[in-house]
Design a binder for this molecule. Structure first.
Ligand SMILES: O=C(CO)[C@H](O)[C@H](O)COP(=O)(O)O
Length: 216
C-alpha cells in the first residue's frame, strides 16, 4: 500500500519541516492539493509550492488539481517537478487530450471523480491513465467524513482493471484514517491520501503504521 500524507493539513509556516516529517515517518508519496477557488470554494497553492518543496524531498509529488482549467497547469507543474498530475473528469471537456499532454510533459496522468460521478463517466479513459482518484469526500476541505457509498466505485474500478488487464492505481482521498483504510483495502485500493489523520496525529509514524497494519 502507498500512503500519501496531504500537505493541505500541514503547518504552512513550516512547510519544509512538515515535508521532512512525513518523509521520516515513512510516507511513500506526498499529496499536493491545488485548489483554485473556482472548481472548489477553497484556494490553496500552485506550481510555486511544488517548485519550493521539490529540492527538499525525493518522494513522489502527487499533485491533485481541483481547478476549473486543468489544461493551463501542465507545463508549470512539469517544470516544477511534479511526478503525477491528477485532474477532475468534471473539470475538463478534453480529458483524453489532457491525459496525453500530461504524459508528453513527462508526468504520470491521473483522473479524479467526485463522490457524485459514476465510474461509467470515465470508463473510456481507463486504458490511458496511470491512476484513478476516487474522492471519498466532496473536494475542497480537509477534515470531512468519509462517504461510504464511494466504496462501490473502488470495487467497480478494481473489477474493470482486472477484466481489462490494466495497471492503473486506485487512490482514495478524504476522511482516510485507520478505520476507513481497511474498508478501502478490501475493495482493491492502492494509494491512501490522509491529511488531518496524519498531520493531526501526536506521532505520525505510529499513525501510518496503524494504517499499514490494516493490510495484514
Ligand atoms: O483533496 C482533499 C480535499 O479536497 C484533501 O486531500 C483531503 O481532504 C485530505 O484531508 P483529510 O484526510 O483531512 O480528509
Amino acid at each position: 500500500m502507498i500512503i500519501a500524507p496531504s500537505i493541505l493539513s500541514a503547518d504552512m509556516a513550516n512547510l519544509k519541516a512538515e515535508v521532512h516529517k512525513a518523509e521520516s515517518a515513512g510516507a511513500d508519496w506526498l499529496h499536493v492539493d491545488i485548489m483554485d477557488g473556482h472548481f472548489v470554494p477553497n484556494l490553496t497553492f500552485g506550481a510555486n509550492v511544488v517548485d519550493a518543496i521539490r529540492p527538499h524531498t525525493k518522494l513522489c509529488l502527487d499533485c491533485h488539481l481541483m481547478v476549473a482549467n486543468p489544461e493551463d497547469y501542465v507545463n508549470s507543474l512539469a517544470q516544477a517537478g511534479a511526478d503525477i498530475m491528477t485532474f477532475h473528469a468534471e473539470a475538463s471537456q478534453h480529458s483524453h487530450g489532457l491525459i496525453q499532454s500530461i504524459k508528453a510533459a513527462g508526468m504520470q496522468a491521473g483522473l479524479a471523480i467526485n463522490p457524485g460521478t459514476p465510474v461509467s463517466a470515465i470508463s473510456p479513459l481507463l486504458a490511458d491513465v496511470d491512476l484513478v482518484l476516487v474522492m471519498t469526500v466532496n473536494p475542497g476541505f480537509g477534515g470531512q467524513s468519509f462517504i461510504e457509498s464511494t466504496l462501490d466505485k473502488m470495487a467497480e474500478l478494481d473489477q474493470w482493471r482486472q477484466s481489462h488487464n490494466l495497471a492503473f492505481k486506485i487512490e482514495v482521498d478524504g476522511g482516510i484514517k485507520q478505520e476507513t483504510t481497511k474498508a478501502c483495502l478490501d475493495q482493491g485500493v492502492d494509494v491512501f491520501v490522509a491529511g488531518s489523520y496524519l498531520y493531526g496525529a501526536d506521532n505520525m509514524q505510529q499513525a501510518m503504521q496503524a494504517m499499514r497494519r490494516q493490510a495484514r
